[in-house]
Every structure is written in C-alpha cells, then in structure tokens.
Design a protein around this ligand. Structure first.
Ligand code: ATP
Length: 257
C-alpha cells in the first residue's frame, strides 16, 4: 500500500534519511522507534508529502507520491503531528470540520453525511464538552485529542501518528490507540506511529521499524524487534524484560539494579 523504493533526504548537505526502502501493507499497525534525532518525524513528513525529497521513489496505492495533488493526498493520508502550531483561536468545532474539507465541494457547505462522521468521532473520543471552546484555551492533552479527532474525521485509509499520545493520560492514550487498532482490523486501514513509549508499541503494533541516523537498522514483528540485540545497541542501554501471557514488555535497565 505504501511502497518505498528509496528515500534520500538531506538538509544543508547533512544526510537525514539515508537510502531507506520499505513496503507497508494495509491492515497493519506499524511502530517507528529510534533515538532523538534519528529521523522519525522527517520520515513521516516525507511520506505525507509535507517535505519534498527529490531523490525518492514512493508509491501510495500504486501511484507515485509526486503525482498526488494535495487534495487527493488528504483523502489518503491523515496525520496527527508531534507539534501543532495553532495560533489563531479557532473553535474546536471549526477544527473538527476541517477534517472534512478534502471532501467538500467548492462553494458548498458540509453535507449531512460529513456531520454524521464528525458526530461519531466526537462521541468516540469524548469531545462534547469542548466544542464551543477555542482551541488555544485547551490543555495540551485536550488539544491533542482534538487534533487526533480531526485526523479520524478525515477517514483516510492511512493514518500517521507522530508521538500522538505524548500529552494524553493513560485512559485517553488507550482509548485512542484502541480505536485506531479496531479500524486497522475491521476496515483494513494502515497506521504508522512514532513511539517513545515501547509499552504502547508492544500493545498496539504488529511490526516495528527501528531507526538510527536516518537508516532502518532492523524491522520485523514487534516482539522480535523489542527482544533484539539491536534495541540495546541503538539506544545504548540494557533492557529489563517483563513477561505476561501475551507479551514481553521492556524497561530501561539503569545503574546496578
Ligand atoms: N529544519 C531543519 N534544519 C536542520 N536540521 C533539521 C531540521 N529538521 C530536522 N533536522 C534534523 O534532522 C534530524 C532528524 O530530525 P527528526 O525530527 O526527524 O528526528 P526524530 O527521530 O523525529 O527525533 P525526536 O525523537 O527527537 O522527535 C535531527 O538531527 C534534526 O536536528
């Protein structure tokens, strides 16, 4: 569904993404792990067309990324970014409605079917109490839930999450990730999410890509990558393991403990 033949991306002569290639399939939740500065956000930015990488060859559903108009791409990929730069005090309702703009006909208002999608997501992630508030007046976690909601309202087959639960409490982290996991299984959508919390990756991801200095060091089933030697080498720390019936969770092993 996303076939990366190659991505090279550099800024001022520094190679940020170095000859990456990978095939992402639909019906799977992928996690991207890697140290700070390893290129995770840049990778999603290039895949979403936000950053232009001329020396790249990327196919989204068999069509080259370069051939997509921004509007067509917005019907394929929604993104919950790491940072949101909302300075204008839009209301939460306005922001959520923006999720339907790719489907809006010129000079027409949103349709009943658009509002049905919006209302469903509002209920699913509990945004009712914020609708009339200005986005700039919300807490960090509340704002993140709204931006997440907008991406879900976009109803795309591909969703990118860039540390998109970093401001959320455990209840909302799991509510939102369970919701997208359900869509992956029931609607065969695809999710690619950047995580620093490996336990969330353990619980929700089918496969992991481990990035270091703009390269994919290893990739594979979540449990295999999280139990690999590469994890220690890339993060330069040992990992304590905690096994449950279904999963092995990993925690940083610090000092002499
Ligand atoms: N606009 C820019 N100008 C110069 N260097 C940049 C720019 N944007 C990103 N970089 C560099 O590119 C590298 C990759 O950055 P990126 O944000 O993709 O890393 P990341 O893996 O997402 O990191 P983090 O875990 O800290 O969010 C970093 O070394 C960063 O300093």
């Amino acid at each position: 569904m996303i076939d990366i033949k190659k991505i090279n991306y550099s800024i001022d002569g520094t190679q940020i993404l170095d000859n990456l290639s990978f095939k992402f399939e639909k019906g799977k939740f992928y996690g991207i792990l890697g140290p700070n500065g390893s290129g995770k956000t840049t990778f999603l930015d290039v895949l979403s067309g936000y950053k232009n990488a001329p020396d790249s060859e990327i196919y989204i559903e068999n069509k080259e990324l370069k051939e997509y108009s921004p509007l067509k791409l917005a019907k394929k990929i929604a993104i919950v970014p790491q940072k949101f730069d909302i300075v204008f005090p839009f209301s939460v309702s306005d922001i959520l409605e923006m999720g339907r703009y790719p489907y809006k006909k010129k000079f027409f208002s949103l349709q009943k079917s658009d509002y049905e999608v919006i209302d469903r997501v509002i209920k699913e992630i509990g945004l009712e109490e914020f609708l009339d508030k200005e986005i700039t007046a919300l807490s960090g976690g509340e704002e993140q839930r709204v931006i997440f909601g907008k991406a879900l309202i976009q109803t795309t087959p591909i969703l990118f999450l860039d540390e998109s639960t970093s401001n959320l409490d455990p209840y909302y982290s799991h509510t939102l990730l369970s919701l997208v996991r359900k869509r992956v299984e029931e609607e065969q959508t695809m999710v690619i999410g950047v995580f620093h919390d490996f336990n969330l990756a353990t619980l929700y991801c089918d496969e992991i890509l481990l990035l270091e200095k703009g390269r994919i060091v290893t990739s594979g089933k979540t449990q295999e990558v999280l139990n690999s030697k590469a994890l220690e080498e890339v993060f330069k720390i040992g990992w304590e393991k905690y096994k449950t019936e279904k999963n092995t969770f990993v925690f940083p092993k610090l000092g002499d403990d």
